[in-house]
Write a protein that binds this ligand. Structure first.
Ligand SMILES: NC(=O)c1ccc[n+]([C@@H]2O[C@H](COP(=O)([O-])OP(=O)(O)OC[C@H]3O[C@@H](n4cnc5c(N)ncnc54)[C@H](OP(=O)(O)O)[C@@H]3O)[C@@H](O)[C@H]2O)c1
Length: 298
């Protein structure tokens, strides 16, 4: 199985175009920087242009900044329509965690809306121009999560921040599984993969709703976690390595918390075709955006 211990082990990316969401900070910034350093043209898809420009200024290579707010379907459509030419790799990296019930412009619960539905919409709007891979960031939080189709948006239950985050990160994996199934059915050579960073010290703050737990996590993260460059290795492996379609990459040491990137196993539930198909259908209904390719069997 392929592994990646350093961005310098990535194949040369000259002539390729890579779009990275949430590329102004943390893992997205580290991944974008690595792609640019290896010769790719990189589009930093960010919700704050100034932070995006500041990140771009620190990168070597062909880097451009474009606005994208994944909490707005209008912004997602505008971003997608502004992309000229083909995209070799789309990295669905951006993510949010919030301790209170908040909503996107369309009224989706924010974590599901940004982490899953925003990337669902973006991917399908760009798919006819993507030629290589779609890499989606997930988390080990998917392991204890479930998709509650009866209350996807937390309208009936008391809001549980970590439950909502886990649901969105499980949705990232189910999305990858169903996207790959549909790409295969359509005869497409595009491949869907996913990556989790383990535990990375970034701008990301754990807001579980439990103040003690959150304070402990804030204290322990800079000590125990790897940096954003280490957290980006699974993304880089999933984007460029010789990994199977639909696979998940993650850190290979300390129980998957840090270390070189390698293929790793999601839970069985994260590959369940019925759940993945149902989530896809619901996501199409919610966003009004559909899989754009026609099945070659049709
Ligand atoms: N760090 C970890 O240990 C860890 C563990 C498991 C999974 N992850 C996943 O890794 C991914 C990257 O996170 P990170 O650790 O690098 O955290 P980060 O430094 O906080 O980066 C998150 C990025 O997402 C962007 N973002 C948030 N909401 C957005 C929106 N509505 N539209 C567009 N962009 C938005 C942020 O932009 P702003 O700067 O404008 O807020 C930021 O660039 C996330 O998907 C996260 O769930 C991280």
């Amino acid at each position: 199985m392929p592994t990646l211990a350093s961005p310098s082990q990535m194949p040369d990316q000259t002539g390729r175009t890579v779009v990275v969401t949430g590329a102004n900070s943390g893992i997205g910034r580290a991944a974008a920087s690595a792609f640019a350093a290896r010769g790719a043209r990189v589009v930093l898809a960010v919700r704050d242009r100034d932070r995006g420009r500041a990140a771009a200024a620190a990168m070597d290579g062909a880097v451009e900044v474009r606005p994208l707010d994944l909490a707005s379907l209008t912004s997602i459509r505008s971003f997608a329509s502004g992309i000229d030419g083909t995209v070799d790799v789309l990295v669905n990296n951006a993510g949010t965690m919030t301790d209170t019930l908040r909503h996107t412009a369309a009224g989706f619960e924010l974590q599901l809306g940004v982490n899953h539905l925003g990337h669902f919409a973006l991917t399908n709007l760009l798919l006819d121009r993507i030629t290589g891979r779609v890499v989606t960031a997930t988390s080990t939080a998917h392991r204890s999560a479930r998709i509650d189709f009866d209350d996807l948006q937390w309208e009936k239950r008391q809001y549980r921040p970590f439950g909502a985050y886990g649901q969105s990160k499980l949705a990232n994996l189910l999305f990858t599984a169903e996207l790959q199934r549909r790409l295969t059915a359509a005869g497409s050579r595009v491949v869907a993969t996913s990556a989790h960073p383990g535990w990375a010290s970034t701008g990301f703050r754990i807001t579980s709703g439990n103040r003690l737990l959150d304070a402990l996590a804030a204290f322990a993260t800079p000590v125990l976690a790897h940096g954003p460059e280490g957290g980006a290795l699974p993304t880089l492996l999933a984007a460029t390595g010789d990994v199977p379609a639909g696979s998940l990459a993650g850190p290979s040491r300390f129980g998957g918390v840090r270390g070189p990137a390698a293929a790793t196993e999601p839970t069985a539930g994260a590959n369940d075709p019925d759940t993945a198909g149902r989530l896809w259908q619901v996501s199409e209904e919610l966003t009004g955006i559909r899989f754009p390719l026609t099945s070659s069997a049709a």
